[in-house]
Write a protein that binds this ligand. Sequence first.
Ligand code: BMA
Length: 322
Amino acid sequence: MSSKSTMPWEDRPEGSTDVMWRFSQNPVIGRYDIPTSNSIFNSAVVPFEDGFAGVFRCDNKSVQMNIFAGFSKDGINWDINHNPIKMVEGNTSMIDSDYKYDPRVCWIEDRYWITWCNGYHGPTIGIAYTFDFKTFHQCENAFLPFNRNGVLFPEKIDGKYAMLSRPSDNGHTPFGDIYISYSPDMKYWGEHRCVMKVSNFTDSAWQCTKIGAGSVPIRTNEGWLMFYHGVINTCNGFRYSMGAALLDLENPDKVLYRSKPYLLAPAAPYELMGDVPNVVFPCAALTEGNKVAVYYGAADTVVGMSFAYIDEVIDFIKKNSL
Ligand code: BMA
């Protein structure tokens, strides 16, 4: 994963005291950025060659959900392929997939692993790997339906692959907690443990209905830093915001700290208006030293980017922990 690229970055706006702030040029990806798209959102990016690559959720104008590969020199201007990813066999024979959405991308050892919400008699977690973002090898689904928000750790833990996920239902799930599962081979998953649950309404209502892992956890000296989404059910439907948690490095089912106030909640016009209003849905984070850029889906329509300093996020969640 050699990368000579410079991560996108913009300093905190003058006068702002926010721990996380939005890119002034948001949205970075527009809903019609490929000819067939109705919307491009909930997408994941990683350093690749001398720039960046990503896997993008593009719903077409029939509103069929699928994932597409894309490339960028600067992480801001993206060329997204006009045709969806076509999988070849990975560690199993091909599995039916009615739809694919909400991808995450994770570099582990020698390749990029893609996880996504895979339509197999309802949503579950699909897995594929690629070396070049051209050929994608589809592997076994991780779990039985119904499940969403499968996010891999970037290193094996105690010799095993580790994945966060959110068991759910076949619809617009009105519940959901984050679990971790382990696998020796990316095929068979077990040792399922609960990591974190929704909050009490009175303590932190933005995350009291359901929560789901967002970005691939970032290794820091203090623990795995993971951006996640939290949901409150309002009289106008679900509202999705972003928080962060610090998980124990050796035992990531142990939450060390977790944000009580959100880091970013729908407030910008492109987060408040779109196919599903009031959604901030993190799916990826780029880091460079102490800087982090979080890519998030906004209003199920476009992709936005937000920035923060890692040590400030950790300090914030320590001082304001649930
Ligand atoms: C979830 C998923 C996400 C979506 C969110 C808000 O259940 O479908 O893809 O962003 O709802 O609509």
